[in-house]
Design a protein around this ligand. Structure first.
Ligand SMILES: [Zn+2]
Ligand SMILES: [Zn+2]
Length: 219
């Protein structure tokens, strides 16, 4: 499989291009940023000869969904998000919130998913793990031994929970029940470049991430 980590936007968001190296079918996860950032993603697709089928959002925050529309119109790809965030972030309130950051909220997605949804991508299967807490409809995406964690789990930290729909208790429960049971060698690909390195492994986070060591393993 192919996995490319691309830094986009002003909030150090990591976008990912995931693809099947046999069929060249691809998905872009969290295409944030402006027109130039979307061009960066398209350049990766062209350079690697990939066909974009899906645009996946780990959650509905505008800094992760801002490029949805432009990338979809350029590629014909279908947008994918958990149904709870699709509901939450297409309200008038959400649009006003996005506007406060100078962003426009994404329109409703094409494919609304729930926990355990499996999306074929060439010879790969992407599995969606519902991990509420940062937002009600936040998901992590598991493909082979790679876990795209969005704003649920960062290298050395977790997502903030002070925004609408957030809950630290729910977030820690999601990490404990849905992520920690995965194999330790699972590679963590976070939604922002906030750590001491851009990626990690689950076992490293279980040893060094204070939210896991102090608030989950040591409670
Ligand atoms: Zn977020
Ligand atoms: Zn974010």
């Amino acid at each position: 499989m192919i996995i490319e980590q691309i830094t986009v936007g002003e909030m150090e968001v990591f976008c990912y291009v995931i693809a099947c190296d046999e069929t060249r079918e691809a998905a872009a996860i969290d295409p944030a940023g402006d027109r130039d950032d979307i061009e960066k993603i398209i350049a990766v697709l062209e350079e690697k000869d990939l066909q974009l089928s899906y645009i996946i959002n780990t959650h509905g925050h505008a800094d992760h969904t801002f490029g949805n529309q432009l990338l979809a119109s350029r590629t014909g790809a279908k947008t994918v998000m958990h149904e709870l965030d699709d509901d939450l972030f297409t309200t008038e309130e959400a649009k006003a919130w996005a506007a406060a950051f100078g962003l426009s909220a994404a329109p409703p997605v094409d494919i609304r998913i729930t926990d355990g949804y499996r999306l074929p991508l060439g010879n790969l299967t992407l599995e969606f793990i519902h991990t509420p807490g940062h937002t009600p409809g936040a998901v992590c995406v598991l493909v082979e031994n790679n876990l795209i964690t969005g704003d649920t789990l960062f290298v050395g930290a977790v997502g903030r929970t002070d925004l609408p729909g957030g809950s630290m208790e729910t977030l820690l429960k999601s990490i404990e029940e849905k992520l920690l049971p995965l194999p330790g060698e699972t590679v963590i690909w976070p939604g922002h470049d906030y750590g001491d390195q851009p990626t990690s492994t689950l076992s490293r986070e279980m040893e060094t991430n204070p939210y896991i060591t102090d608030f989950i393993l040591d409670k």
